[in-house]
Design a protein around this ligand. Structure first.
Ligand code: 5RP
Length: 237
């Protein structure tokens, strides 16, 4: 299986395992992630609505990308603040850029880390869907850590991150001059370290820097991961 097929397999398996195919589910509040693995999960949810096994779903999205996709598919979109959601989700499904054996994550490759973390941390159950390329021994050695920052604090934050041993690159827009502007109006510094760092400690330390909005390490949750492999199997851990 190629990478795209693995993403679809992981996403579909997660939905049909967590929301068991064949039974009817009603009224679930579901957080929906962003990216090329999360979207097939959204598509599968739409199919389950269509076949009548999923009723009255309430979705909370993590990006404009996912909001547009839900609207195209006719999935009703709410915010965490809506009374029907009341700040608490039953389930969140999302992709990841890296996942280690303890299910620590790096997220934010699609610059949606802020809402992704808010949704994840306010969900009773958190599922990660990924192809096998995302599985690593140590997070933060290959994929640069995204840090969402207030643009006006860029140099100050960068200096603090440099003192913590990180090299930082301001993420550039594609088909747009200048930096990526996140869905929340902020900018992204992609950070790398020469040697492995402690992701839990770094998540806390970086979050304390004034001007940092959110950090792409997700270490405070223990998601259930659905990782699809090229041989067509899905590892659930
Ligand atoms: C977006 C994310 C995505 O979940 C992450 O980048 C993985 O994306 P993909 O499934 O397209 O590889 O964190 O901010």
């Amino acid at each position: 299986m190629d990478q795209k097929e693995q993403k679809i397999l992981a996403a579909t398996t997660a939905v049909d395992t967590l929301i068991k195919d064949g039974k009817i589910f009603s009224g679930m509040k579901i957080g929906l992630g962003t990216g090329s693995t999360a979207l097939p999960a959204v598509k599968r949810l739409a199919e389950r609505i269509e076949d009548g096994t999923l009723k009255d779903i309430k979705a909370v999205v993590t990006s404009f990308q996912t909001e547009n996709y839900c609207k195209d598919l006719g999935i009703p979109v709410y915010t965490l603040n809506d009374r029907a959601i009341d700040g608490q989700l039953d389930l969140a499904i999302d992709g990841a850029d890296e996942i280690d054996p303890k299910n620590n994550l790096i997220k934010g490759g699609g610059a949606a880390l802020l809402l992704e973390k808010i949704v994840a941390y306010n969900s009773k159950f958190y599922a990660i869907v990924a192809d096998e390329s995302k599985s690593v021994a140590t997070v933060g050695t290959k994929f640069p850590l995204p840090v969402e920052i207030i643009g006006g604090a860029r140099r100050a934050v960068e200096k603090k991150l440099n003192e913590m041993g990180a090299k930082c690159v301001l993420r550039d827009g594609v088909r747009k001059c200048g930096p990526v502007i996140t869905d929340n109006g902020n900018q992204i510094l992609d950070c790398t370290w020469e040697d492995p760092v402690d992701p839990a400690k770094m998540e806390d330390e970086i979050a304390k820097i004034t001007g940092v909005v959110e950090v792409g390490f997700f270490t405070k949750l223990r998601p259930t991961a659905f990782i699809a492999h090229s041989d067509g199997t899905v590892e659930i851990r």
